[in-house]
Design a protein around this ligand. Structure first.
Ligand SMILES: Cc1cc2nc3c(=O)[nH]c(=O)nc-3n(C[C@H](O)[C@H](O)[C@H](O)COP(=O)(O)OP(=O)(O)OC[C@H]3O[C@@H](n4cnc5c(N)ncnc54)[C@H](O)[C@@H]3O)c2cc1C
Length: 466
């Protein structure tokens, strides 16, 4: 489908809908909206529209359907697959003004928020009330709840608590067909529809604009222990993980940073916290009531003793805990800054297969001599592979990365995995979708998309082509 340009006449109509000062048209103002955090990807929108409410979005959708203008929703712009980048031009629909925490309902354990609320701000606000929203992506201080819902994001706490999809109990959405739908609500249970909520969670801004989110919250855990385990021998990973699962030790986080990524991050962060001297790191968090947390820690220590793991450092105070997780959150940035460019993947496999996947994939990227930073959510079976381009002049790098990716994806799929655990398909993984989904599945997704957005005006060019 071909789209029309945003003419001065259309801009005037949009200014009438949202107010002149909320429409950006100058190139320098548009530039930050031409990219997200995906390295090397940029497409300029023709204009940016900062919406304030669902009524304005209804009017915009009406106009854009009539004029055949594409719109791309945007939250914090921290996406890693180009989801918020307007590949077909048109309008970037920015939710930055819709950033209110509308209600923290202590009786129902629910928070009602606008989509532009920054995840970390919600976390802090809830903590003041003794409440907890456990979904903590490493980008939590810049990503929005709307973006989290659209991506079905998760964070280091997912081992125990799961990801966004586990917490969305209600949504207000505006479909491109201009219906304002309130799905679910402050409900613990609800079997009244086709699970519209779950259809929109993870739909990457292609089905509807998310205008309000009702999130389940829980009591803030009493205590938390964070520790780093240094390993020189990777073969220990499998036996440690296996014992954790077998012994049914409920851990909150099991994160992993491989040797090369550890080294680069240590060099990158200004004051690296106390850290083990071993090469690879396991970062573990345990939270809950004091008694149960101590018991889990004791069980974990037994495993370390059995496996002869001695390089274990436990954070002694809040500052050390924060420094530890800051180190983990700096890994991606450190890797990105260590080369000329980077391609990043977030393959997911069943958690029991993750070590097998890592061993097989190491052979693949080494066979292509690719500098690769490996880190991520080991306990979820979701480890990130970041391929670093050493210099702009590096020959055949893109081709080799692509070949390696095909092999990695095939290994993951043969182990029962998928090509994305949390970053989504967006633009960058579109060409690999056929490896993970059957033709029938993709066809069904197309039909769903057409039901929501018959004229394909919302975030076109993402996930699959129509
Ligand atoms: C340093 C770093 C660390 C990260 N760590 C994690 C991690 O631990 N776990 C994880 O899952 N991800 C992680 N990410 C990826 C990213 O932060 C998440 O995907 C996040 O949820 C994106 O939120 P955002 O507000 O930035 O969305 P954007 O990037 O602005 O948009 C993402 C997608 O959501 C759509 N969208 C945004 N708002 C709306 C809305 N209101 N209605 C409809 N569609 C909308 C956009 O169209 C786009 O397709 C990380 C990224 C970085 C840069």
């Amino acid at each position: 489908m071909s789209y029309r340009r945003v003419t001065p006449g259309i801009i005037s109509k949009i200014e009438e809908i949202v107010g002149k000062k909320y429409v950006l048209t100058e190139k320098e103002d548009l530039e930050p909206y031409s990219r997200d955090e995906t390295p090397g990807l940029s497409f300029f929108p023709e204009i940016v529209v900062k919406v304030e409410n669902s009524k304005q979005i209804v009017e915009l959708f009406k106009l854009c359907n009539k004029e055949k203008i594409p719109l791309t929703p945007r939250g914090g712009g921290t996406g890693l697959t180009g989801g918020a980048i307007p590949v077909k031009g048109g309008i970037v629909l920015s939710f930055e003004r819709m950033n209110k925490i509308k209600d923290i309902d202590r009786e129902n354990y629910m928070a009602v928020v606008e989509p532009g609320v920054i995840n970390g701000n919600l976390q802090r606000e809830l903590a003041r009330e003794g409440l907890f929203y456990p979904v903590n992506p490493a980008s939590m201080d810049s990503c929005t709840i709307g973006g989290n819902v659209a991506q079905s994001s998760s964070g280091a706490n997912a081992v125990k608590y799961g990801g966004t999809k586990e917490y969305v109990s209600g949504l207000e959405i505006v479909t491109p067909t201009q219906d304002v739908i309130k799905a679910g609500g402050k409900l613990v249970k609800n079997v009244t529809d086709y699970k519209l909520i779950q259809l929109v969670v993870g739909s990457e801004g292609t089905l509807a604009a998310i205008t309000e989110v009702v999130l389940k919250v829980i009591p803030l855990p009493e205590v938390k222990i964070d520790l780093v385990v240094g390993l020189d021998d990777l073969s220990l990973l499998q036996s440690i993980l296996k014992k954790i699962w077998q012994e049914k030790i409920i851990l909150t986080s099991i994160e992993y940073i491989e040797e090369f990524a550890v080294k680069i991050t240590k060099e990158y962060v200004q004051n690296p916290p106390f850290l083990p001297s071993a090469h690879h790191y396991l970062m573990i968090g345990i939270d809950g009531e004091e008694g149960e947390v101590n018991e889990r820690m004791e069980n974990l220590e037994k495993i370390f003793t059995e496996e002869n793991v001695q390089d274990v450092l436990v954070a002694q105070d809040r500052k050390q805990q924060e420094d530890l997780w800051k180190f983990r959150q700096s890994v991606r940035e450190a890797l990105l800054n260590s080369g000329a460019s980077m391609v990043e993947e977030d393959i997911v496999v069943p958690r029991g297969k993750i070590v097998e996947f890592m061993e097989k994939s190491k052979r693949v990227y080494e066979s292509y001599s690719l500098k690769t930073g490996v880190y991520g959510h080991l306990g979820d079976g979701n480890v990130h592979y970041n391929f670093i381009k050493p210099s702009k002049e590096e020959k055949n790098w893109e081709e080799n990365v692509e070949k390696a990716l095909y092999e990695l994806f095939k290994i993951a799929i043969s182990l029962g995995g998928k090509i994305s655990g949390e970053h989504g398909i967006g633009l960058t993984k579109k060409k690999f979708l056929h490896l993970a989904l059957t033709r029938a599945e993709i066809e069904l997704l197309r039909k769903v998309k057409k039901a929501f957005d018959p004229n394909n005006i919302l975030n076109p060019g993402k996930i699959f082509d129509l």
